[in-house]
Design a protein around this ligand. Structure first.
Ligand code: FAD
Length: 329
């Protein structure tokens, strides 16, 4: 690991000023991803700006929405009473991620901006367009069991690894940002990019922007929501496929409203808009759940080792919807 200097920012404005001081300066959350990447010399910042203590509270507003500081630890968010009772999908998603020890230090901001777990990205001896633009992608013809089946490109087939973000995208989360040009907000689903020809550009963040908080809008039917993660080991493993869902049925068993998002399948947390559109107004039954899953995966493309994920994703969508249908309101 290279030598680096460490600063603790006293507020968001000073963090941004410190960040602008050098081209390789980075914000530091819990360090559970960034420091690993520094050890592997994939990332080599000369300066780290610790932002963990700047916004570490969770506020529930009168309308039921939540404002979650970017410095809130994953453990605290998963354990928060309002999250557990009103947005269980979020609590469950976080608890499937990493280990208790990692969740105790990992922050919301860092979780959102954690980088892919593609093994070729971590291996300096491999070709990786994300790590070194225009160098090629060894994953396309390599070991690609964990890689993308939706929205990938010839340049990059990596996936976004976060569980938390999948639930947040399903819940229409909004990210609040503070940067040199001021403050702005954007839907979380527009923060991460698909790879295209520039997989090294992972987000729509402007230079030096800091995530200050995440807002989860009120969604009464999210009380009936869940997260299912399919993985190779029962714990401490990234998703092969995951599904975050919330389902609202009317008295006749028809779908009033639904939220669906997928993890482990794309370069970004994947909001399943096609499936949602197929479900709204339809009978909540196996036939329509299957049709919705088919519609969402219609353009999925499998690689040598991951084609099974197409069927696995469909089955997981159907299983999660069946589970929510069976829950009492
Ligand atoms: C062994 C292991 C297993 C794991 N398993 C899972 C899993 O199953 N599911 C899962 O979802 N995750 C998993 N993780 C990843 C873990 O969730 C992330 O490492 C963690 O959430 C990152 O948070 P952090 O605060 O430590 O971020 P850091 O490592 O500190 O930072 C990550 C990135 O975010 C940037 N950043 C941090 N805060 C801000 C901010 N406020 N504004 C702008 N930029 C910011 C940093 O500059 C850096 O680029 C695993 C990690 C490990 C090591």
């Amino acid at each position: 690991m290279n030598i680096f200097s460490y600063h603790q920012a006293s507020d968001a404005a000073s963090a941004i000023t410190l960040k602008q001081a050098g081209p390789t300066t980075k914000y530091l959350g819990g360090g559970t991803n960034l420091v690993d990447l520094m050890r592997e010399t994939v990332e080599e910042p000369e300066t780290l700006i610790d932002v963990t203590h700047l916004a570490s509270s969770i506020e529930q507003c009168a309308d039921g929405s939540l404002i979650i500081g970017a410095g809130v630890k994953n453990t605290a968010l998963a354990a928060h009473g309002a999250v557990r009772t009103q947005f269980p999908v979020l609590s469950r998603a976080i608890l499937t991620g990493a280990s208790a020890q990692i969740r105790n230090v990992a922050t919301v901001g860092g979780n959102i901006l954690q980088r892919t777990r593609c093994r070729y990205f971590y291996d300096n001896a491999a070709h990786c367009n994300k790590r070194e633009p225009l160098s090629g992608c060894d994953a396309v013809k390599g070991f690609n069991r964990y890689h993308a089946i939706l929205g990938a490109s010839e340049s990059c087939v990596a996936t976004h690894p976060s569980d938390m973000c999948v639930a947040m995208v399903a819940l229409d989360a909004v990210v609040h940002l503070h940067g040199p040009a001021g403050k702005r907000s954007l839907p979380l689903r527009d923060l991460h990019r698909l790879p295209g020809d520039t997989p090294e550009i992972e987000t729509t963040l402007h230079p030096d922007e800091l995530i200050t908080s995440v807002e989860i809008p009120a969604l009464p039917f999210a009380k009936k929501s869940t997260y299912r993660k399919v993985r190779d080991r029962a714990s401490y493993a990234f998703a092969l496929v995951s599904v975050a869902a919330a389902l609202d049925l009317d008295g006749d068993g028809n779908v009033n409203d639904v939220r669906l998002a997928l993890g482990g399948v794309a370069h970004k947390p994947w909001r399943a808009m096609r499936a949602e559109a197929h479900l709204k107004g339809q009978k909540a039954d196996a036939e329509h759940f299957q049709a919705a899953a088919e519609a969402e995966l219609a353009e999925a493309v499998g690689l040598r080792d991951n084609a099974f994920k197409i069927e696995l994703t469909k089955r997981t969508i159907v299983a999660v919807l069946e589970e929510l249908k069976g829950e009492k309101a």
